[in-house]
Design a binder for this molecule. Structure first.
Ligand code: ADP
Ligand code: MG
Length: 371
C-alpha cells in the first residue's frame, strides 16, 4: 500500500524533443492517495497509457520523479514495484488452464500452494469464472479471456496499486456494467489504490470517487464527478464532461458591455468587471471566453429584460428532457428543455442563469458561477 506522487513528471518518446508538442506527458505534479478509487479520463492520445506505464515501471520518464510513499522509484523495475496492471487486451497464457493463469502471479512470488488455492477460488468467484477453472485459456471467448486477465491483476493482496488501462474495451456492454460494479466492490473490500483509465465519462464516474481529467499530456482537473460538472477548471473539462458539453463564447469588454460579437450579453455586474479586467497572455488575439452549460439556459417564446433573441434550429426529444439546438451570433448552442416545454417558434428568447456563467482566460477558469 502506498501513496503515489508524480513530481515534475514529463515524458517524450522523441530522443531530442524540441517543444511541448513532442511531449506525451507535460510537466505533471499529482498525488494518488492510498486507498483511493480513481479514474484517469481523457480522449485517445492524451497520454493515459504513457502515464500508467510510467507508474508501473514499464516506461522510464524522461523528466521528473515517481515516488511511492516519498521514495523515488524511477529506476525500480516493474516486478519490484508491487503494482498490478490490467491492459486493454487480455494478457494470459493460452496453454494454461484458467486456474493456473489466475495462480500465476502468486506462484511467481513463491506463495505456498495452500494459500494459492483459496485466493484463486475467491477471485474466480467474484468474476464468475468458477465453472471455467479447468478450461484451457485458449478455448475461452474474448470476454472470458479479459476476465481472466483482470483476475490476474486482482489475486495478489500485497500490491500497492492496481492500474486498469481501458480493461473493458473488448467486453460487451451488459457485462461491462456488471464488471465495473464488481471492481468497485473489490475496491471497497480490499482498500487497494485503483487507477482506472477510460475515455468514457460515464464509466469514470460510476467507478471513481475522484477523476483526473487529462488533456494533451496534462491533468487539467482532479475532482469529484460533481465538481467537474459544476466547476470545470478548464474549457476542455467543460466540453468533455456533460452531455452535451458546455457552450463557450469568445467575448470582449466594450463600452461597459460584455460583447459576444455584435451581441451584448446580459451578465452579472461581477462578471462584467471580471471580463473588463481579464488579461490574456495573447495580446493580439485575447483568449477570453464565457461558458454556460446547456442545463442553465432557459428558453421562452416571449422576451424579458435579461433574454436574447435566438434562432431555433432543432428540438430533439430525449424522453425526460429535450435538447434544443439554437444559433446566437452565428454560433451553435445547446440547451436542455425540461419535459413538457411549450413548442418553440422560429425565433425564441434565451436567458443564461447569471449564477452559472463562468469566465475562462487562456482556457482556464478564472471566475466561476456563484450560487
Ligand atoms: P492514450 O492512452 O491516452 O490514448 P498514449 O499514452 O497511448 O495515449 O499516447 C500519448 C501520445 O504518445 C500519443 O501522441 C501517441 O501517439 C504517443 N505514443 C504512445 N506510445 C508511443 C510509442 N511507443 N512511441 C512513440 N510515440 C508513442
Ligand atoms: Mg491508451
Amino acid at each position: 500500500m502506498a501513496e503515489i506522487t508524480l513530481k515534475g513528471l514529463a515524458h517524450s518518446y522523441e530522443k531530442a524533443p524540441s517543444g511541448a508538442a513532442d511531449y506525451a506527458i507535460r510537466q505533471m505534479n499529482h498525488v494518488w492517495h492510498q486507498g483511493g478509487a480513481y479514474a484517469l479520463l481523457g480522449p485517445s492520445g492524451c497520454g493515459k497509457s504513457t502515464l500508467l506505464n510510467i507508474i508501473s515501471g514499464l516506461l522510464e520518464p524522461s523528466e521528473g520523479d515517481v515516488l511511492f510513499d516519498g521514495h523515488r522509484v524511477n529506476e525500480l523495475p516493474p516486478e519490484e514495484r508491487n503494482i498490478a496492471q490490467v491492459f486493454q487486451f487480455p494478457v494470459i497464457y493460452d496453454t494454461m488452464t484458467v486456474f493456473d493463469n489466475l495462480a500465476f502471479p502468486l506462484r511467481n512470488m513463491n506463495t505456498p500452494e495452500y494459500r494459492v488455492k483459496p485466493k484463486v477460488l475467491e477471485v474466480a468467484d467474484i468474476l464468475e469464472l468458477t465453472p471455467l477453472l479447468k478450461r484451457k485459456a485458449k478455448n475461452l471467448t474474448a470476454d472470458e479471456k479479459q476476465k481472466v486477465s483482470m483476475g490476474r491483476g486482482l489475486v495478489r493482496d500485497d500490491v500497492t496499486a492496481i492500474l486498469f488501462d481501458e480493461p473493458l474495451t473488448v467486453i460487451d456492454p451488459q457485462l461491462k456494467w456488471k464488471l465495473r460494479r464488481k471492481l468497485k466492490e473489490i475496491h471497497e473490500r480490499f482498500n487497494i489504490t485503483m487507477i482506472y483509465v477510460t475515455h468514457d465519462q460515464l464509466e469514470a464516474s460510476t467507478f471513481a470517487d475522484k477523476i483526473a481529467v487529462m488533456y494533451e499530456g496534462q491533468v487539467v482537473q482532479f475532482g469529484t464527478p460533481r465538481e467537474l460538472f459544476e466547476r470545470p477548471a478548464h474549457t476542455f473539462v467543460g466540453y468533455f464532461i456533460g452531455s452535451p458539453g458546455m457552450n463557450f463564447m469568445a467575448v470582449e469588454h466594450t463600452d461597459g458591455q460584455v460583447m459576444f460579437g455584435a451581441q451584448p450579453l446580459p451578465v452579472s455586474e461581477k462578471l462584467k468587471i471580471a471580463v473588463a479586467n481579464a488579461r490574456s497572455s495573447d495580446v493580439s488575439a485575447p483568449n477570453i471566453k464565457l461558458g454556460i452549460r446547456p442545463e442553465f439556459i432557459s428558453i421562452t417564446n416571449t422576451p424579458d429584460s435579461h433574454s436574447m433573441p435566438v434562432q431555433v434550429i432543432s428540438v430533439q426529444d430525449l424522453g425526460t428532457y429535450s435538447l434544443l439546438t439554437f444559433k446566437l451570433n452565428e454560433q451553435t448552442f445547446k440547451a436542455r428543455l425540461p419535459e413538457g416545454h411549450p413548442p418553440l417558434k422560429e425565433t425564441a428568447f434565451a436567458r443564461f442563469d447569471d449564477a452559472k456563467v463562468a469566465l475562462y482566460i487562456d482556457e482556464y477558469l478564472v471566475e466561476a458561477g456563484h450560487e
